[in-house]
Design a protein around this ligand. Structure first.
Ligand code: NAD
Length: 257
């Protein structure tokens, strides 16, 4: 019960890392607000949490839309009175060297991955300031730290999230709000499965190539990132501020090939 009585809001919690984290937070005693743009899948996460005896509600919203995010936060506050933890997790991938990326695709990835973090934080932070308490977890990626082929737009978006995390931390430290970032490596989620299917003729060979970037012989699982999110959400990490937390099987700090 490491999050007993905490109210947590997770964006993009219908799938992959967000879903796994929602289940984990609920098992640790948190009330979980399950946000996603996909209402039906979000409700599946809610149902699964409730069936295991946890406390959750689903709030559909598009993190790129200010009215939608504002309404979601207001409903969450009406329901629970506060938000202790905001996990800015919603995100999409983008493939291609810079000249291959179409302007619309560039705007879309920046909008979901960066503006989404800005908007959710913008509407939650005033309530955290009021209570002089909060933990914000921003989803970056180890791609923010390494040069990875044909990921220009995605790398730019996750680098922006990492920079934003540090800047936010400086501004909100005086209100006892912590802001940290997660930097996962390759985690086997629907996001990565569809990327492998769409980008490679031989997805199995692609997985082997991905493993060569790591020190670990296995790809990451959503639970590996959920465990790290749990630590940042809980008071156990109270001395972590503006920090990147790597969950990457040794990609950033190791070299296996
Ligand atoms: P996923 O596709 O399984 O889940 C992402 C969820 O975000 C989906 O349910 C989707 O509906 C939701 N979403 C998309 N756009 C949204 C919007 N506008 N508003 C609200 N919700 C929206 O992906 P995942 O692999 O679990 O990734 C989650 C996060 O982790 C992303 O930010 C991703 O960039 C990051 N990440 C993933 C990996 C990986 O290898 N899987 C590695 C590093 C970082």
């Amino acid at each position: 019960m490491r999050l007993l009585d905490k109210v947590t809001l997770i964006t993009g919690a219908a799938s992959g890392i967000g879903r796994s984290t929602a289940m984990r937070f609920a098992r640790e005693g948190a009330a979980v607000i399950v946000n996603d743009i996909d209402e039906m899948k979000g409700q599946e996460t809610v149902r699964e949490i409730k069936e295991s005896g946890g406390n959750a509600i689903g709030l559909q919203a598009d993190v790129t839309n200010p009215e939608s995010v504002k309404a979601m936060v207001e409903r969450a506050i009406k329901e629970f009175g506060r938000i202790d933890v905001l996990f800015n997790n919603a995100g999409i991938s983008g493939v291609g060297a810079l000249h291959e990326v179409e302007p619309d695709a560039w705007d879309r990835i920046m909008s979901i991955n960066v503006k989404g973090v800005y908007l959710s934080s913008k509407y939650v932070i005033p309530y955290m300031i009021e209570r002089r308490a909060g933990s914000i977890i921003n989803m970056s990626s180890c791609v923010a730290e390494i040069g990875l082929a044909r990921r220009a737009s995605y790398a730019a978006s996750k680098g922006a999230v990492l920079a934003l995390t540090k800047s936010m931390q400086v501004d909100y430290a005086e209100y006892n709000i912590r802001v940290n970032a997660l930097l996962p490596g390759t985690i086997l989620t629907p996001f990565v499965e569809s990327y492998l299917e769409n980008s490679y003729d031989d997805p199995a060979a692609a997985i082997e190539a991905i493993k060569l970037r790591q020190l670990s012989g296995a790809l990451g699982k959503p639970e590996d990132v959920a465990n790290a999110a749990l630590f940042l959400a809980s008071d156990e990490s109270k001395f972590m501020m503006g920090a990147p937390l790597y969950i990457d099987g040794g990609v950033v700090f190791g070299k296996n090939a």
